[in-house]
Design a binder for this molecule. Structure first.
Ligand code: NAD
Ligand code: UDX
Length: 461
């Protein structure tokens, strides 16, 4: 087996950037070119203000950048010399035409495949790193072979399981690497070439190899199972509130059963992120396509429960604040979909803020990492007019500033720094009764109650 000398990755996003930085850091003898059509993003990867905030990522990038890791917009040059080409472009939910709102939009995948076919010379291994519907490799192969005279391609599936906020840790020490390939001698050889790259730092027994379709499908299924656990515990959080059971105690009790396990049972205001909803929608669309409406309906419920959890949280704020939030200042802590990331895609905070703004609230928002323009953009996309944003949204520089003069605080992201606030001082600066709505069960509720706060927390009776 020939060991690869050059790797190219199309797409320098949340997955392409960190994944390739780790490969470059671990394989100093392999040149890794990460290319993207977004010039601003590429420029940022070449500075110390990376476009993706991830703890520890800058150190990994700096170790390899300029040595064997290069970020550029020179797509053709990077493709032509590469032995392995990762495709790590976005696969968002389609917003138009057939399957709108459910199917994955594969236009970026197709354009990447056409780009490869146009410039590739000689044999190449094409790796689907993006999350795609099962059997996408058929389309990739068809586009590649129909548009290339000289290229010989092996298409592999190698889905990424990193979670944002812990990407470096997850890449350094993944539970498993999954590689799917065609079950032919050429397919097996391509799989082994990719295995040899990961095997530089990941034990062979943690690298699973399967057929192409199992690998493609496993990614959607993994995300569906993870999201299902959150919707399951969130559904129980509502029952806990009605019965004075405590959702964290229930989660601990059931999670101690080794058949259930303790992870991913943290009740919350609802899951967000660019993957869970999109991938379940994609899964349900596929099920319907393959004539399995019952299976589609089963997984659809995970999303419905998540939507309900978000809207139930905002409705509870309005009802608790005496059925009106009009002109009331509500401090919102956190806009990112989880801590330790600047990513806001599908964040529960978007929908809670939208509901409150449309009820006439004045929102005073603080997030340590999310830029103002992104907050505006997300709210507009969720249907909030620029007028409302201008008149009712204030971006603050700290938790305390947001809470100053507020009727209520809503905690929507679990940033560690929110625990360190001087709550006595904060209480003094707020309208009374002063409410805290803890969407992450983050702060010490008994301490807050002793100070005088009225506290509402997910899953606490
Ligand atoms: P992203 O939007 O952050 O990055 C995708 C990048 O691809 C963009 O910068 C875009 O400009 C670029 N691009 C699109 N078409 C291109 C082309 N023809 N040539 C060059 N560049 C092109 O997306 P992401 O979060 O990195 O996700 C990428 C894929 O990985 C998706 O399929 C996603 O489902 C999957 N995934 C994401 C995560 C995550 O945590 N974000 C985790 C696992 C898997
Ligand atoms: C997820 C998968 O975990 C990862 O394997 C996949 O590659 C991409 O999608 P990500 O979306 O980055 O990763 O973060 P994750 O930690 O899974 O959190 C997703 C959402 O669920 C966040 O909003 C988080 O706050 C929420 N969550 C997570 C809960 O509400 N409770 C939990 O117990 C865990």
């Amino acid at each position: 087996m020939k060991s690869p000398k050059r790797i190219c990755c199309i797409g320098a996003g949340y997955v392409g950037g960190p994944t390739m930085a780790m490969i470059a850091a671990k394989c100093p003898d392999i040149r890794v070119d990460v290319v993207d059509i977004n010039e601003a993003r590429v420029a940022a990867w070449n500075t110390d203000e990376l476009p993706v905030y991830e703890p520890g990522l800058l150190e990994v990038v700096k170790e390899a950048r300029g040595r064997n890791l290069f970020f550029s917009t020179k797509t053709d040059e990077a493709i032509v010399d590469a032995d392995i080409i990762f495709v790590s472009v976005g696969t968002p939910t389609k917003t138009y035409g057939m399957g709108a709102g459910r199917a994955a939009d594969l236009c970026y995948i197709e354009s990447a495949a056409r780009m490869i076919a146009r410039v590739a010379r000689g044999p190449k291994i094409i790796v689907e790193k993006s999350t795609i519907p099962v059997r996408t490799a058929v389309a990739m192969r068809a586009i590649l072979s129909a548009n290339s005279e000289e290229g010989k391609f092996q298409v592999l599936s190698n889905p990424e399981f990193l979670a944002e906020g812990t990407a470096v840790e997850d890449l350094e020490n993944p539970d498993r690497i999954l590689i799917g390939g065609e079950r032919t001698p050429e397919g097996d050889a391509a799989v082994e070439t990719l295995v040899s790259v990961y095997n530089r730092w990941i034990p062979r027994e943690n690298i699973l190899t399967t057929n192409l379709w199992s690998s493609e499908l496993s990614k959607l299924v993994a995300n569906a199972f993870l999201a299902q656990r959150i919707s399951s515990i969130n559904s129980i959080s509502a029952l806990c509130e009605a019965t004075e059971a405590d959702v964290d105690e229930v989660a601990r009790a059931i999670g101690a059963d080794s058949r259930i396990g303790p992870k991913f049972l943290k009740a919350s205001v609802g899951f967000g992120g660019s993957c869970f909803q999109k991938d379940i929608l994609n899964l349900t669309y596929l099920c319907e396509h393959f004539g399995l409406p019952e299976v589609a309906a089963y997984w659809d419920q995970v999303i419905k429960m998540n939507d309900w959890q978000k809207s139930r949280f905002s409705a509870n704020i309005v009802q608790t604040l005496f059925n009106t939030v009009r002109d009331k200042r509500i401090a919102v802590w956190g806009f990112a979909f989880k801590k330790d990331t600047n990513d806001t895609r599908e964040s529960a905070a978007i929908y809670v803020c939208r509901d409150l703004l449309l009820e006439g609230a004045q929102i005073a928002l603080y997030d340590p990492r999310v830029p103002v323009q992104l907050i505006h953009q997300e709210l507009q996309y969720a249907g909030v007019s620029q007028d409302i944003i201008d008149q009712q949204l204030t971006i603050c520089a700290s938790c305390e500033e947001a809470a100053d003069g507020a009727h209520a605080v809503a905690i929507l992201t679990e940033w560690d720094e929110f625990r360190d606030v001087d709550f006595e001082q904060m209480y003094a600066s707020m309208f009374k009764p002063a409410f805290v709505f803890d969407g992450r069960d983050l702060v010490d509720h008994s301490q807050l109650r002793e100070i005088g706060f009225e506290v509402y927390a997910i899953g606490k009776g």
